[in-house]
Design a protein around this ligand. Structure first.
Ligand code: ADP
Ligand code: MG
Length: 339
């Protein structure tokens, strides 16, 4: 796993005397040095350095924002590079679920102090992901206080925008990638267990560096009826599709995609529990008419992203799991990483 860079100061141990404002000159230095990067996107007419950013956008825009609070949404010891990656990744994942193409981001960063090593690693993680997806950082705010990162993303959205509400009874339910790895990775990270294991490292990597399924979302825009990104666990997030679409779901429990790393490390019932309820995977869950299964496969191939059919939307409310002839009701567990 990447070298650990601790956040500047401690969220929990922050001293009152540290709560003074960052001097304005220092603040501008930091903005200039770390955040103000040139963009090659000609639609950014005004970027960082003025009172507001101005972009030239002819079409519909998709906008999403997420805040990560240190100690609540990520552990204090998470490497700074991973914090930067994750803050953008969770937002790109929201755009992916809407089949929107990411274009711009703003970043509101509250720092307990100016630790240039930490900020440097943070922006490395942020910009490495931004560059991969052609995202320009066009503005933000830098303030002093407990470590908190808010990223807003803006993307192009056409008539193909995906919604949670478009699911229809009989649709096949798919998920991308494998489920539960991130929650398992956090357990390894927090317990520092399996320290010498490649499998534990692979899971920790998934927790630290979630991969937003942007290309898959874009490829699904034409063919899927509904989609959501899995941030709170499959059952909880599929539940949102069901509620919005006015239907239920049946999941084939034996079809849940589970990584080799997780299945080698953990007992089968724990793997199943994490796949159903573990958060932070940022895989996509989407619904497609059964006759469009070939379209789902084509989208997956185009996006170089594995997908698995795990069940179907049903007319009975609620989510059930089926396995070997038995049926059980599945309810969201309200999984949180820090309990
Ligand atoms: P104002 O006082 O007009 O709000 P600021 O001094 O907060 O302006 O910011 C100066 C410029 O730097 C603005 O263009 C703002 O969008 C940008 N900026 C500030 N902090 C960040 C950041 N963390 N990331 C990106 N841009 C930032
Ligand atoms: Mg400001």
């Amino acid at each position: 796993m990447p070298s650990s860079t601790r956040p500047p100061g401690s969220c929990a141990r922050q001293r009152r005397s540290e709560l003074a404002e960052i001097p304005r000159a220092r603040e501008f230095d930091v903005i200039e040095r770390f955040f103000a990067r040139a963009t090659s996107d000609p639609t950014v007419l005004v970027g960082i350095g003025d009172d507001a950013a101005i972009v030239d956008s002819p079409g519909c825009l998709a906008v999403a924002v997420d805040t990560l609070v240190c100690g609540t949404h990520f552990p204090e010891s998470l490497p700074a590079r991973a914090v930067g990656h994750r803050a953008l990744a969770v937002n790109l994942s929201d755009l992916a679920a809407c089949a929107a193409r990411p274009r711009y981001a703003t970043l509101a960063l509250t720092l307990p102090g100016i630790d240039e090593t930490w900020i440097g690693a943070f922006v490395d993680g942020f910009f490495a992901l931004a560059d991969r997806f052609g995202v320009s950082l066009i503005g933000g705010d830098t303030t002093h206080g407990p470590l908190t990162v808010t990223v807003q993303v803006i993307g192009d959205s056409g008539p193909k925008a995906l919604r949670r509400s478009g699911g229809r009874v009989g649709d096949r339910i798919y998920v991308s990638g494998t489920l539960g790895d991130s929650a398992a990775g956090l357990d390894c990270f927090a317990a520092r267990s399996h320290a010498e294991s490649d499998d534990a490292d692979a899971l920790i990597e998934r927790f630290c560096y979630p991969e937003p399924r942007v290309d898959l979302g874009l490829a699904l825009g034409d063919v899927a009826h509904a989609a959501i990104d899995i941030s709170d666990g499959l059952v909880a997030d599929l539940g949102h599709i069901c509620t919005a679409s006015g239907c239920g779901a049946a999941i084939d429990l034996s079809a849940l995609p589970i990584s080799h790393s997780m299945s080698r490390l953990l007992p089968a019932d724990r793997c199943r529990d994490l796949a159903l309820h573990g958060g932070d995977d940022y895989e996509l869950c989407f619904c497609i008419a059964p006759e469009d299964a070939i379209g789902a496969e084509r989208a997956a191939a185009e996006a170089h992203t594995p997908i698995t059919a795990i069940g179907e939307l049903t007319s009975e409310a609620g989510i059930v799991g089926r396995q070997s002839g038995s049926v059980e009701t599945l309810t969201p567990k309200g999984f949180t990483h820090f309990d």
